[in-house]
Design a protein. Sequence first.
Length: 251
Amino acid sequence: MKLSRSLLVLSLFASFSVASAEMRPWKSSDGSKTLQANFLSRDETSVTLRRSDGRVLTFSIDKLHKDEQTFLEENHPYQTPEGAKEPEGDAFGPLKFGDTRNEVEAKLLDSSLVKSNIEAGLFGRTGLNGVFETTETIGGLPCFLYFDWTNSGGLQEVTLRTKDLGAMAYTSKLQATWNELINLLNKLYGKPLSVSPYPEQKELQDGLMLASHLWRTNDGHSVLLGTSQAQSNYTVSVRFTTKRIQPVVIP
């Protein structure tokens, strides 16, 4: 795919405020794995951590050990923001952060950048996650859109995620797509604020996104590039969020 067409797919995307905390161990749900990391932020269903090497990780809370879930509830309980300002700025294509679900649906149905893989009449039954895919592949892979919303129903996050592939593709097809996305995002947002190598497969856990790159948009939002594991499959993701993530300089 030509670079210009890939840029068209990504050009109007726009992404985690952080809180510093002590480095501590975080156990997986079955207790078999532990990592040392700082707490950055959380929402209702996920928690974002940063390792000592600066890598940002996002877990589904249900993938953490019950002790860690208790720690979160006692030390970082989820609180519904009161009177919070709706997010603003460009998201994907015609989308703006703060758009309602109905606005997102209508705009995407009218956009040439994406296509729907089911009948529009079924959206109410299935939801919008994974329903829209880019009309052009990136790195030869189809990419799907996933959304996160504020409590009042405004769009606050968009994730571009490649098709899930098996373990054999992790250091071949998926890494090639990761490299292409770096080039595209550098052209859109300039030099990244933080950079790490392609994550090793053994570093990933089910339900985890491990970020390797961080960019800042003109609107002050964050863009994260990383890889994820979902059971035995893997994917490359670009997460555009209105939350502001600060880079960490590793001495």
